[in-house]
Design a protein around this ligand. Sequence first.
Ligand SMILES: *[C@@H]1O[C@H](CO)[C@@H](O)[C@H](O)[C@H]1NC(C)=O
Ligand SMILES: *[C@@H]1O[C@H](CO)[C@@H](O)[C@H](O)[C@H]1NC(C)=O
Ligand SMILES: *[C@@H]1O[C@H](CO)[C@@H](O)[C@H](O)[C@H]1NC(C)=O
Length: 512
Amino acid sequence: MVRPLFATCSALLFSLGALADNWPFMTLQTAPFAPPDVSIEKSGVTDPGYIFIGPRGNQPAGTAALIYDEDGNLVYQGPTEVTANFKVQKLFNEDVITFWAGDMMKLGFGYGTVHILDDTYREIYTVTLKGDFTSPDGASRDSYIDLHESRVTSRNTLLVTAYNVIQHDLSVIGGRPTDHMLDSKFYEIDIATNEVVFEWSTFDHIADIPLEESKQGWGDDVGSQETPYDAYHINSVELFDEGYIISLRHYWSGYYIHNNGTVMWRLGGEPGKGDFELDRNGEFSWQHDIRIYNETQEGFAMTLFNNANTPSSSVAATTGLSFDVDLVNFKAKTTRVLNDTDDVIHSVSQGSYQLLSEHTGHVAMGYGSIAEVKEFDADNNEVLTVKFGEPNAVASYRGYKCQWKATPFWKPAVVVQRTGPSTVVVHMSWNGATEYDNWAVYSSAYSDGSDPKFQALVNRAGFESTIELNGLSGGFLQVIARKGDIPLGSSDVASLEIAPADEPAPTSSAAA
Ligand SMILES: *[C@@H]1O[C@H](CO)[C@@H](O)[C@H](O)[C@H]1NC(C)=O
Ligand SMILES: *[C@@H]1O[C@H](CO)[C@@H](O)[C@H](O)[C@H]1NC(C)=O
Ligand SMILES: *[C@@H]1O[C@H](CO)[C@@H](O)[C@H](O)[C@H]1NC(C)=O
């Protein structure tokens, strides 16, 4: 059988091409960061929350977990690393930050670790996966968790995906008996103990999920250990009934996997594929992020990010879809189609759909290979668009809007620059802090900051606040981040015995 040559495989999807990236980046005095200067368009009332992204790709800087507010101010930048699924989740009833960080393979998956931080940004759990895996480059890894899923469950476990290279006869799809392919696996891991409590392999169920039904194109350069055929491409896992719902992007389908391993049913995005009857509006392809709500014995609600595009061409608008799924008659009725008609997006890879609240009905979508996050209201109108890079040059695997309160365990940062014999400019910031709204600036004659003299009150101005002070020829300075008049954190004491700003090496306390 000759496979249709769907232009490319996933290899191109994640290796964002050598496109010019002229996106502006921020310059900060108090932190060695250069995050993207995001653009914000608001066209309606939005839900509360911060924008959580993990940009990566072809940009010179800003590859890190990033939080912005809705006015485009940076709130937090994590270490420089490739991240995915950066968001707030509930663990043991507390809000925590979770994200994947690791190595991304050009084939469109990764090997890494899931980090869980508390509301001071202390890492409280580090989830890893060991095992007998084969990678395209043959190298072994410290942890084999793939980037596609980092879902904390109501039973305080973590659902993750993993990709494994296996050798298999691919003659049925036009390949060779000695070819290699990627198995798509998922794991449920107990977060407190890092023990695997469930694992499942798609390849073990090849009779129920036959290779002939994969939408992934075949190519001459596919099939070696270095370039295995990505038959399934698992990209989300969700608890459901007595098991799990998984998304296989390359089958345009979600599957219910029972916790005894059995494939119970398939909900396909293409007419005639799978066990459900779908209305026309609900057709989907190359999808991401299948989520389940309102589950009963008779049915459930389901949402997903419908990429609807192949890597090579713009087929149809990328949409967010919501369904009412009837488990008695095996029908899926489309309840929402989210499409920004003023900014129609064709996202060929990655992406997310996040219901912000059942109460407001707002939804945030991250557009994956198109560097945008949008919020839609209950009437399916877009109310917020955040852009953070040039399309197809920078991606964030998923993009979220989350409410978050944090007071970092590190100190606020202060940088003092001398601008004249008795004038200084003071820059202050507190990476990740959400709660302070003003700074109190004190001078002191002593290096321990004792006997402080109040100098100024400075309202918080985004990530970094700045003030010029007169009449300070020497001595020391300390800044205090406050909420109203309640102090939340104090900087180190900075010396005012410094060279003018146009000479090198201003005194500063390090930013965390
Ligand atoms: C798993 O459980 C389901 C639901 O009870 C059942 O239909 C199926 O046959 C079981 N599979 C195995 C392998 O036991
Ligand atoms: C869940 O059910 C509630 C109550 O009927 C409804 O308001 C809500 O929209 C449903 N959620 C989804 C995602 O469909
Ligand atoms: C999305 O909006 C565009 C522009 O109005 C329209 O052409 C397209 O048909 C819409 N697609 C869907 C699925 O709503």
